[in-house]
Ligand binder design. Structure first.
Ligand code: ADP
Ligand code: MG
Length: 191
């Protein structure tokens, strides 16, 4: 199974989501890899720092480009982290994937970038992941309603805004918050 984590906007939680999902899968004993298709290499830096600290991530992080993505490996789970902007790399990641996860914060400004991202993924099973959410707020409900009114699939599992997630860069996440249930949901909905 290959999951592409995609949004043409930066700073929406793509790398965080990719690393958490891969960590959950690896912790369940699934053979897992993360392909880092972002030339900025945030997931690669995360992995390098964790290794330098003596607590490596429990899966390999390999740089990838639009050519190598096409021959992505045969792990039980391959998670592809993607750059913002770069339409060709984003398209290659979507084309290589079985399922596309589009993280977005629950704000109107961020939602603007979800529509073109979903358009690029129209030929694949795709869902929006609401992340950095303040649970129980009107804005969160409004975001869900706006997406669902447009016929968009929204993952039931929403990731809250948490200081601990923000601080997890360069470490092995040990508390998965909503990401364990999210991975279950991704496997469930793509079955
Ligand atoms: N659920 C969350 N709660 C709080 N901060 C988050 C959460 N998810 C991501 N972040 C933070 O938001 C910023 C952008 O996340 P990142 O995963 O790098 O986004 P992207 O890869 O889309 O650019 C980072 O500082 C990250 O730590
Ligand atoms: Mg990133």
């Amino acid at each position: 199974m290959k999951i592409a984590v995609v949004n043409t906007k930066g700073g929406v939680g793509k790398t965080t989501t990719a690393v958490y999902l891969a960590t959950v899968a690896a912790s369940q004993g699934k053979s897992t890899e993360l392909l880092d298709a972002d030339p900025q290499g945030s997931a690669t830096s995360w992995s390098d720092i964790a290794a330098e600290e003596g607590t490596p991530l429990p899966f390999p992080v390999t740089p990838a480009n639009k050519i190598t993505l096409g021959r992505a490996g045969q792990q039980e789970l391959t998670v592809i982290d993607t750059p913002p902007g770069a339409a060709d790399v984003i398209q290659a990641a979507i084309d290589a994937a079985d399922v596309v996860v589009v993280p977005t914060a629950p704000s109107g400004l961020d939602l603007q970038r979800v529509w073109p991202t979903l358009e690029a993924a129209a030929h694949k099973p795709a869902g929006v992941l609401i992340t950095s959410a303040e649970l129980g707020t009107k804005l969160l409900e409004l975001t869900k309603e706006t997406l669902e009114a447009e016929g968009v699939f929204v993952f039931e599992n929403i990731i809250g805004k948490r200081q601990a997630i923000r601080q997890a860069f360069g470490t092995v996440p040990s508390n998965f918050y909503g990401y364990r249930d999210l991975l279950d949901e991704i496997f469930e909905v793509t079955r």
